[in-house]
Ligand binder design. Structure first.
Ligand SMILES: O=C(O)c1cccc(C(=O)CC[C@H]2O[C@@H](n3cnc4c(=O)[nH]cnc43)[C@H](O)[C@@H]2O)c1
Length: 216
């Protein structure tokens, strides 16, 4: 059995944050790549990599938006489920997912054992850790009404990002276990790019990656 782990980020700053935290004993077994932003780039690049080399676990990692009252800026979230929140149709009665409409699947499962172990490894650190559904969106939420609507549709959703569903779909296609982890850089809601705390989130991502030896 292969021992290699694939970690997929969107951008190079996230890739570096993960690489900076990797325990020395693990770095030879872990490949970290930046696939670009959005679910399509994430799925395409992840699939290409999985077709080239064998892996036993795929991780989607990066910064993300935290839902109010669920995950504060600077905290870390681990997905218990990854949901493509905008994959469906608008109808007169509101949004309907592809599952409800009967022509697709808008969620991918995660490896709950890895999630549990990673959450435990981060307990007691100064960075808080939360678990719950993470939403994948193609358009980042920019208003309170959209944030409220997403929280109504997926109660307990902790965060949103733009790649989880793409990376997870590629991993599922190859039958490889998958997890998504996000360090929270901003609150999901009215867009305020000045308020994003990217350095804090990247530090939290490095901390999370430093725990990988005890998780795997
Ligand atoms: O400008 C920088 O220095 C920088 C450093 C690291 C990452 C970035 C990004 O812009 C990453 C984009 C990536 O972040 C995710 N993200 C972050 N906040 C949200 C959100 O509120 N809703 C959805 N996605 C979010 C997303 O996965 C993007 O691909 C910049």
């Amino acid at each position: 059995m292969t021992s290699r782990i694939l970690i997929v980020t969107a951008v190079e700053a996230e890739q570096k944050a993960i690489e900076n935290g990797l325990p020395a004993g693990l770095s030879a077994d872990v490949q970290v790549i930046a696939a670009g932003a959005g679910p399509a780039a994430a799925a395409a690049v992840t699939s290409a990599e999985l077709a080239k080399h064998p892996y036993r676990l795929v991780i989607n990692a990066g910064i993300g938006g935290g839902f109010p009252a669920e995950a504060e800026v600077g905290s870390v979230v681990l997905a218990t489920e990854v949901i493509a929140a905008d994959l469906g149709s608008e109808t007169a009665e509101g949004f309907r997912s592809v599952d409800e409409l009967g022509f697709g699947k808008s969620s991918v499962p995660v490896d709950r054992t890895v999630v549990q172990r990673w959450a435990e490894a981060l307990q007691g650190e100064e960075t808080h850790v939360y678990t719950g559904p993470i939403l994948t969106v193609s358009t980042t939420t920019g208003t309170k009404s959209t944030a409220d609507e997403l929280q109504r549709r997926v109660p307990g959703a902790v965060a949103e990002s733009m790649e989880g569903f793409g990376v997870g779909t590629a991993a599922a296609h190859f039958g490889i276990p998958f997890v998504e982890i996000r360090a929270i850089s901003n609150v999901v809601g009215p867009r305020d790019r000045e308020a994003w705390r990217i350095p804090d989130a990247l530090r939290a991502l490095t901390l999370a990656s430093s725990k990988l030896l005890e998780v795997l």
